[in-house]
Design a protein around this ligand. Structure first.
Ligand code: ADP
Ligand code: MG
Length: 367
């Protein structure tokens, strides 16, 4: 029997910065997906997942194609291994997960990475951690048809207990930075998702590219807030661009705050980030705004903001570890009282990534 675990992740700061070549701060969770399996005699690759009724088998030696179901995530990874020339013996495997699926905590990266590591163990392969992240991302792009960036896979692989992951989407540098002691993350799903989310997402993406071009930059990564403020960009594009430059700056400030163990400063940056989403990027919702407003008034909450794409979904809050249970309860009760909705909260200690590895500092002078 071989087994491998990979965690989900949450975005702490750096909203919509990935496709703008920007900076992100994320964290791996203790929740994640485990892949268990073994080699078998029959010439097949067999997949099952706890809680998913449909099981799959594919004959070995044939070209693998997506089937438009959950198995596409691990199947894509298998296809990428084969494409790279690795010989994979017949196997059976089964997934089990402690992550909510489809809730923005990247259960998709967790299933990919757990399976990729399972394959490495099954076949005795040594693949460098960053390359593994790229391989899983490629699988998701090609097999699941999701144009995700690298952040999810990088976070799942490079996470470290009680550390945040700093990822530079331009240089692909990864650093792990110790979290100030005494805090945990509280993730609160508003359970409200808005329709037309992908349309809004693409519109924001396009606005960012347009703003960068008008400013004469390759990407908004090159721009500073001051330059945007003083530019002749139309008002709407200016606000969109300000969100990105502001997020990049907040990620840098957060790294400094963490080095000083300054939880109050970290929290303030989270609130500022949310405010920028609300006013500049307009990717918040009334429910997310309400959750952040409620959190602002609860004792022991350092900061709170929407996490992920926006237009619904969840908030992430940095809260005092000793009061986390109480804070979660107060948040849910007040949200119920104001909105007549049942929010779902998770108190998430920050966990280890799937592999034991050092920070990844790419050779920038190399090709
Ligand atoms: P998120 O990554 O935020 O959880 P996605 O929509 O990107 O949401 O990925 C969710 C999809 O990934 C599920 O619909 C399913 O197809 C697949 N998936 C994730 N975890 C598992 C699992 N444990 N077993 C089977 N499929 C899974
Ligand atoms: Mg996903």
């Amino acid at each position: 029997m071989y087994s491998a675990f990979a965690p989900g992740r949450v975005e702490i700061l750096g909203n919509h910065t990935d496709y703008n070549q920007g900076l992100v701060l994320s964290a791996a969770l203790e929740l994640g997906t485990t892949c268990r399996g073994r080699k078998i005699e029959e010439q097949q690759y067999r997949f099952r997942s706890e809680g998913f009724t449909k099981t799959y088998q594919f004959p070995t030696g044939q070209t693998l194609q997506p089937v438009a179901d959950w198995v596409d995530y691990p199947l894509g990874v298998l296809a990428m291994f084969i494409r790279r020339g690795f010989e994979i013996p017949p196997f059976e495997c089964e997934f089990s997960s402690t992550l909510p699926v489809g809730a923005g905590l990247s259960s998709s990266a967790a299933i990919e990475v757990s399976f990729a590591l399972f394959l490495c163990r099954l076949c005795g392969l040594e693949i460098q951690a960053f390359e593994l992240a790229q391989l899983c991302k490629q699988a998701e792009n090609e097999f699941a048809g999701v144009q995700c960036g690298l952040l999810d896979q990088v976070s799942s692989i490079f996470g470290k207990k009680d550390h945040f992951i700093f990822f530079d989407c331009k240089t692909h540098g990864v650093r792990r930075i110790a979290m100030p002691a005494g805090a945990v993350l509280l993730i609160c799903d508003s359970t409200v998702r808005h329709e037309l989310t992908s349309g809004e997402y693409n519109e924001r993406r396009y606005s960012c590219f347009e703003a960068a071009e008008k400013l004469g930059f390759k990407s908004l990564r090159e721009a500073t807030t001051e330059q945007v403020v003083n530019s002749k960009l139309p008002e709407l594009l200016k606000r969109r661009a300000l969100h990105i430059t502001g997020e990049n700056e907040r990620v840098r400030l957060a790294v400094e705050a963490m080095k000083k163990g300054d939880l109050a400063e970290m929290g303030w940056l989270l609130f500022e980030s949310h405010e920028s989403s609300r006013r500049n990027f307009e990717n918040s919702t009334e429910e997310l705004d309400e959750l952040v407003e409620i959190a602002r008034k609860i004792k022991g909450v350092y900061g709170s903001r929407l996490t992920g794409g926006g237009f619904g979904g969840a908030t992430v809050s940095l809260v005092e570890a000793n009061r986390a249970e109480q804070i979660a309860q107060e948040l849910v009760e007040e949200f119920r009282r104001r909105r007549k909705l049942e929010a779902k909260v998770l108190i998430c200690p920050v966990g280890d990534g799937a592999v034991e590895t050092e920070d990844y500092l790419p050779n920038l002078s190399g090709s």
